[in-house]
Design a protein around this ligand. Sequence first.
Ligand SMILES: *Cc1c(COP(=O)(O)O)cnc(C)c1O
Length: 427
Amino acid sequence: MTSDKSAAAFQEAQKYIPGGVNSPVRAFSAVGASPRFIRSGKGSRVTDIDGNEYVDYVCSWGPLILGHARASVVAAVKGALETGSSFGAPTERETDLARKIVEAVPSIEKVRLVNSGTEAAMSAIRLARGFTGRDKIIKFEGCYHGHADGLLVAAGSGATTLGVPTSPGVPADYAKNTIVLPFNDVNRVKEVCDAEGSDIAAIILEPIAGNMGVVPPVAGFLEGLREITKVHGIVLIFDEVITGFRIGRGGAQEHYGVTPDLTLLGKVIGGGLPVGAYGGKAEIMAHISPEGPVYQAGTLSGNPLAVAAGIAMLDELSKPGVYEQLESLGAILAAGLEESARQVDIPTFHTRVGSMQCMFFSSSKIWNYQSATASNTKRYAAWFRGMLDRGSYFAPAQYEAAFVSTAHSAWDIEQTLAASIDVMKSL
Ligand SMILES: *Cc1c(COP(=O)(O)O)cnc(C)c1O
């Protein structure tokens, strides 16, 4: 397998684009490799510009739950494009997508469409602050909610609950309104809320963390947060940008039976086009402009192409058997990867919920950011490179999810598992 053309394309890209990429993880810097430039995708596979074909477990970082270039999605986008790509005026399609979201997601009575998950998170936090009249928020270590200023924050040192910026350019003044706590530790949340709950507008989390690998909630964590937020009048926000319409149509909130006040969506609901959404209780959503005073707008929000793709996607996901198929494919992949590591006694810890999973190169149990980041990332990088060479494209970093789509076949997964047995032996 050669990658000369990708290497040259990467050189060229770096002349004009910072780091050669439009989103950092694409640069492959966490796995000591050079990124493959993709020419096309179809079903479960992508082909790079050198002509190499890969079974794709990145799936555009989550959106492509039906695989690449799904016929119904392609047809919907073409149809929409031919009748005008943007109007800056309302269309019936937007109501259609909103209705489908409201019908599927337990917490959502009203929903506003935006253009990315980042925008959804930023807007929902503004709404929670406007609704409660409070400034502080709680987020959890290892959860990612896009790159808005107040969310690029890590836990401060010592006894203080004040967050500190994780990126230059984020004002400390801004970060100090973000309290960062360990994931899956409901007692810490209770302590902080007992002390300063009346200053806290929102608790935001990924109900299944998908940006530190995959870390499911421990029993009682989501329920505990629901209880605490009720007591203190805090808005509970589930960031279901990954899990929405992936862990079933009702997302993680339906799966675990815990209903937040607001929910963020993205990825899957855009069918591979740029879409995000935030929604929740009608009483809270009524504070959004123009119904209420909290401002939020977007020139391309509810864009006809993106909305058409989203509708086609959600229609396919409402067919019977889809999530059962995803569950079964996910289970086969997880069991096989685990077996490939066991055969050569390489310690791994596997997490999975439905079609999202992670193989941590770690000998200990993983339940939060601290335990996750004790993984052997060098070993992951070596495994990743070996798999890429053998035609399986996993995320170019240990702390990401592997996704399966309905386009993955038993044969795709068999090929991947055979490769993993081979690669594990070489580690
Ligand atoms: C991807 C992601 C986001 C950000 O979405 P973008 O569309 O990349 O801005 C937010 N939250 C979670 C949980 C995500 O995985």
